[in-house]
Design a protein around this ligand. Structure first.
Ligand SMILES: [Cu+2]
Length: 493
């Protein structure tokens, strides 16, 4: 009797144990997201949305892609391409891109040997040979050009690039690496190619539409009205349906690719940007912004003087039912999520379980060692440049959706520069979110200048301008549909 009770008891314990390791069951996939301004690779379970690991990589980490053995991400602040071993998550190789390149998006060839990178801040597109680390950069004209997303055609012959400054997408041949054709399209954002190689789908954020581009003739085939401020567009593994995130109307629109028709709409809680789908087409993961309200308990004061960071969040939608099944607040600005097939994941260390944002924790913007970044009470002096009492050059910037004022500032080489940056947003154009948090990072001075700009405080960033050049500064925390265009120039003479 006692023995059978023991057996029963141990069976019960094993069942309980199995249930508690729910984070990584056979049902689960693993997502890899660029953490944006937190400089990390964020690794999480799907659908559970548990943070499995966050791996420090650089300063502003974006756009993961994979060749199934490695992950590649770019650092927008430090002009670097990182190759990360999927089996142990170590950085295997870092490839320096041309100075001022400002990478924002990556596409990888099928054989994993070539990588194409959109250099949003420089107006350049690069082709990188992974083995040799050699990069060839193509400068787009006219300036300013802003190539911010890149995709490859299925035959690998062309890379397609969206350029929002010039309202166009570009077709660039991969060998030789040169501009082939351009196609006018209003404010293009994310771009993706259908698995049959026939069409490219482009989100046109100011036209509230999805544009089908015929790739044979490189011309517009169809324009489908979809939603409000469409950003990301992805395609399921069968090539049947596309999903597009509607940033302003907080929904995901489902499109039948063959019929070129909208066939469904799923609500998400908060303004979505990057989205991704599991390889079995069961779950859609949406990186949402502006989680005002539901995560109030998680908001942390960034300083004694006030100013709170509102965590961004992710959400999982079960596609068959259209139901939202999981939400989690996240630290960082998730930009780009990839979900490899289960076979590609080999790292046995991915077993730690945790939450993205722990209750009462400080936001993930801790200044790095030896870097002078701090917060002071909101500075209400007018914007401008002046000499401070301690001989530093004081540059007072105001940040609002979607500009920095002033947006061109200068100093001389060797100057100690003190930026005092104040978020004066009332609301983010079209979206009534007065507590929107901007970010500030200067490309080329990434580590010293990477800071969040919550309301109610001013961020102080101090460093020595030790090299000459023209450096782009940009908003490094997603703040709305025109976030990418929130930029300025720091000139060191
Ligand atoms: Cu911003």
């Amino acid at each position: 009797m006692f023995r059978s009770f023991l057996i029963l008891f141990s069976i019960l314990i094993s069942v309980l144990f199995l249930c508690s390791s729910e984070g990584l069951t056979d049902e689960a996939f693993i997502g890899y997201g660029g953490g944006g301004y937190n400089g990390k690779l964020m690794i999480f379970s799907i659908p559970g949305l548990e943070l499995l690991k966050d791996v420090p990589i650089g300063v502003d980490i974006r756009s993961p892609v994979t060749d199934r053995k490695n992950l590649f991400v770019v650092d927008k602040a430090q002009d670097t391409l990182y190759m990360i071993d999927l089996s142990n998550l170590s950085v295997k190789k870092s490839i320096k891109l041309p100075d001022y390149f400002g990478p924002s998006s990556i596409a990888i060839s099928k054989d994993g040997k070539s990588i194409y990178i959109a250099g949003e801040l420089s107006g350049k597109v690069a082709s990188v040979d992974v083995d040799s680390g050699k990069a060839i950069a193509l400068a787009l004209k006219p300036l300013p050009s802003s190539p911010n997303f890149v995709a490859l055609t299925t035959d690998g012959k062309y890379c397609l690039v969206s350029d929002y400054s010039n309202n166009r997408i570009l077709r660039i041949s991969t060998s030789p690496f040169k501009l082939d054709k351009e196609l006018k399209l209003r404010r293009p954002h994310e771009i993706t190619v259908t698995p049959d190689g026939k069409s490219a789908l482009v989100s046109s954020k100011f036209s509230a539409s999805l544009t089908f581009v015929d790739l044979k003739d490189f011309k517009v085939e169809n324009v489908l009205k979809t939603g409000a401020f469409p950003l990301d567009v992805i395609i399921d593994s069968k090539g049947t349906f596309a999903y597009q995130s509607q940033h302003a109307s907080s929904e995901i629109v489902k499109i039948d690719i063959a019929k070129k028709e909208v066939v469904g709409r799923f609500s998400v809680k908060y303004n979505p940007s990057s989205i991704s789908i599991t390889p079995d087409n069961k779950y859609l993961v949406s990186a949402n912004k502006f989680s005002t309200g539901i995560y109030d308990g998680l908001n942390s004061n960034i300083s004694e003087e006030g100013g709170s960071v509102i965590p961004q969040n992710m959400e999982v939608i079960e596609l068959a039912s259209g139901k939202s099944i999981k939400q989690a607040a996240v630290s960082g600005d998730i930009s780009g999520i990839i979900i490899p097939s289960r076979e590609a994941i080999k790292d046995a260390s991915l077993k730690e379980k945790g939450e993205f944002v722990k209750k009462g924790s400080k936001p993930d913007v801790a200044p790095k060692e030896g870097v002078k970044v701090s917060y002071i009470p909101a500075d209400d002096r007018p914007p401008g440049i002046s000499d401070a009492d301690d001989d530093a050059i004081e540059i007072r910037l105001k940040a609002l959706s979607y500009i920095f004022a002033p947006n061109i500032v200068n100093c001389f080489k060797g100057d100690t520069v003190r930026f005092i940056i104040t978020n004066i947003d009332e609301k983010a154009l079209y979206i009534d979110k007065p507590a929107v948090v901007h970010g500030f990072t200067i490309n080329g001075f990434g580590k010293q200048t990477n800071v969040l700009l919550p309301k109610g405080v001013s961020a102080v960033v101090e460093f020595v301008a030790d090299k000459k050049g023209t450096f782009e500064f940009y908003c490094s925390n997603f703040c709305g549909p025109v976030h990418h265009e929130m930029r300025g120039r720091f000139v060191v003479e």
